[in-house]
Design a protein around this ligand. Sequence first.
Ligand code: MN
Length: 133
Amino acid sequence: MKLIPALGARSQRGPAEWFTGTVWRDASPPQGSPDVAVSRVFFEPGARTHWHTHPEGQILHVITGTGRAQREGGEIVEIGPGDIVYFAPGERHWHGASPNNPMVHLAINPATTSDGGTDWQEPVTDKEYAAGE
Ligand code: MN
């Protein structure tokens, strides 16, 4: 057993190179075993990721609030507490809060052959984001 206490960990502001709007992340770095990276991500209303992919895919588990997610070429979907979203390896997508409410999700990234990271791309434009309204 290994406990990584929340107290003493420092939440980090999501950088503007990766996110639109204000985002905070509580990350647990890959520990070697199990081969997964887990982070809790807080999106303020209107905040979202840039377009991106994950080399080994990603599972999102929504904790609270209301949000949006979209894979390239697909419809924007509304997501809420308890919803689970899966993105396949290399599938281009974004996720974030809805315009008027915050959203918090766990991001679970398999890290068996990679660091479970993200390949960041360009911002989701206001027009792309507003397509969900
Ligand atoms: Mn993602």
